[in-house]
Unconditional design. Structure first.
Length: 172
C-alpha cells in the first residue's frame, strides 16, 4: 500500500487524539516506519496492523476507525494534497461515479500501486450499487470514504454495506 494511507492515519490520530496516542499506536506495530513518505511502499499487513492498533489504543471499532478515516481523508487530508480531483465536481453523485477514475489518475505513475477498483450499477434513479474489488478486503474503508464524500458535498447519503464486495448508496 502506498505510504499516503498510513500518513493520513497518523495525521488523523495526532490531530484528533494527540501525538501520544499515535506513539502508542506506533509502539504496537513492529517495524513501523518512523518517516512515512506518501509514495513509499508500506506492506499491506503493516497498514492493517496500524489500523487495528489504532482501534485498540482509541477503544473504537473498525467501522468507527474506517468512518473517521474516510471523513478525514476526504475533508482534510485530500484537500491539502489532492484538491484538484474535486475541482471539476460539485456534487456527491458525480464524485462517487468518478472515484475509479480518480484512483487510476492518482496512481498511474506510481510503481507498485494497486488501488481498489470500483464499478457501478443503478438499481433505480436514486439507488446505486457500488462494487468494490480489492484483494485487501478493506470495504469498510470504502464505506467510510463514501460517507466522507457525502459530508464534503453536504449530501445526506444512505450508505449500506451489502457484502464484502458491494455497497448500496441511496441519494436524496
Amino acid at each position: 500500500m502506498k505510504g499516503t494511507i498510513l500518513r493520513c492515519l497518523k495525521e488523523l490520530v495526532e490531530e484528533k487524539f494527540g501525538v501520544d496516542k499515535w506513539r502508542a499506536v506506533a509502539a504496537k506495530v513492529e517495524g513501523m516506519p518512523r518517516v512515512i513518505l506518501p509514495i513509499s511502499d508500506v506492506p499491506d499487513a503493516k497498514v492493517i496492523e496500524a489500523v487495528q492498533a489504532t482501534c485498540d489504543v482509541l477503544g473504537i471499532t473498525l467501522q468507527q476507525a474506517a468512518d473517521a478515516f474516510g471523513d478525514y481523508w476526504v475533508n482534510v487530508y485530500s484537500q491539502k494534497y489532492y484538491s484538484s480531483f474535486y475541482k471539476n465536481t460539485d456534487n456527491a453523485r458525480d464524485f462517487i461515479l468518478s472515484m475509479d477514475k480518480v484512483h487510476e489518475a492518482m496512481t498511474s505513475n506510481l510503481e507498485n500501486a494497486h488501488p481498489p477498483k470500483f464499478s457501478y450499477a443503478w438499481k433505480d434513479d436514486k439507488t446505486l450499487i457500488f462494487d468494490y474489488t480489492s484483494n485487501r478486503g478493506l470495504i469498510d474503508f470504502a464505506v467510510g470514504l463514501l460517507k466522507g464524500v457525502g459530508i464534503h458535498y453536504n449530501t445526506n447519503l444512505k450508505i449500506t454495506k451489502l457484502s464484502d464486495k458491494q455497497i448500496e448508496i441511496i441519494f436524496p
